[in-house]
Design a protein around this ligand. Structure first.
Ligand code: ATP
Length: 260
């Protein structure tokens, strides 16, 4: 692998919930433009790690830095302003509005144009509104939902709703995207298309961190994989290294068989 500059550093992070240690001494880095996956059996601490990186949880110890800025103490929206954008396991859409309108609402929420100015049709707002409409169309095309643009968002399949979530995240113009189980609920062909989408996103220079249970998908798309078990990193490396790592095989097939 060619040397990359580091986008994110997770440095000796620990999270305790009362007596429960959800994450302990977690350290790894994500390079600029890299696709890194965080995997591990249920309860390993993946979502907790995501919550720390995006400011939804304050770590009990350690810290995360993104492009040189320490994230500890920053609120989720301040972290989003740095370009670090996440998707959630559950995408909340306005089910009775069209997919296109959902995107427009998302773009307005990001404050590029004040909704009231747009409603009143003020001149500056009209030009901005045109740009937003253009942007909404581009984003839908990017994630492959252009043919569903004028359907009610509530009529989309679960997999398509995940794509709306990705389009909304892309609308925020991230420099790094954190995807939480993006292909859960997708069928094989949707997953295949999603892998292509992730690669395309990375090719536009966006760094990607992925939490995912779908191992074939993770093995296909990742440059590097970090494996957590009981809150600790047990392995880190390329898909080939991880596939053959005895500790990983044990975590998934040994005692962890019922949890993976
Ligand atoms: N808010 C909380 N309060 C108490 N315990 C929590 C809380 N959030 C998570 N935990 C515990 O922390 C541990 C790690 O949970 P986490 O959800 O991060 O795991 P995960 O790897 O994301 O699991 P899954 O794959 O099932 O989503 C688990 O034991 C979980 O029960």
């Amino acid at each position: 692998m060619t040397a990359r500059s580091i986008a994110m550093t997770i440095d000796q992070v620990a999270v305790r919930f009362g007596g429960l240690v959800a994450i302990s001494d977690m350290s790894f880095t994500v390079g600029e433009g890299e696709i890194v996956s965080l995997i591990g059996p249920n309860g390993a601490g993946k979502t907790t790690a995501f919550n720390v990186m995006t400011g939804f949880l304050t770590p009990s110890a350690g810290h995360v830095t993104y492009q040189g800025t320490t994230l500890t103490g920053l609120k989720p929206h301040e972290i989003a302003d740095l370009g670090l954008i996440r998707t959630f396991q559950r995408t909340s859409v306005f089910p009775n509005d069209t997919v296109y309108d959902n995107l427009l609402i998302g773009l307005h929420r990001q404050g590029r144009v004040r909704l009231l100015d747009a409603i009143l049709g003020l001149p500056g707002a009209r030009a901005s509104e045109r740009r937003l409409r253009q942007r909404a169309s581009e984003l839908l095309e990017w994630v492959g939902l252009e043919r569903r643009a004028h359907d009610a968002a509530g009529s989309l399949s679960y997999g398509e709703q995940r794509l709306v979530g990705v389009a909304l995240a892309l609308a925020a113009e991230p420099s790094m995207l954190l995807l939480d189980e993006p292909v859960s609920g997708m069928n094989a062909s949707e997953t295949h298309r999603f892998v292509e989408l992730i690669r395309g996103i990375r090719d536009r220079g966006i760094t990607i961190l992925l939490v995912e249970h779908d191992m074939p998908m993770v093995m296909t798309v990742s440059d590097r994989i970090v494996v957590l078990n009981y809150g600790r990193i047990i392995a880190e490396g390329t898909p080939d290294v991880i596939r053959n790592d005895p500790a990983v095989i044990e975590a998934y097939l040994g005692h962890g068989a019922g949890r993976a």
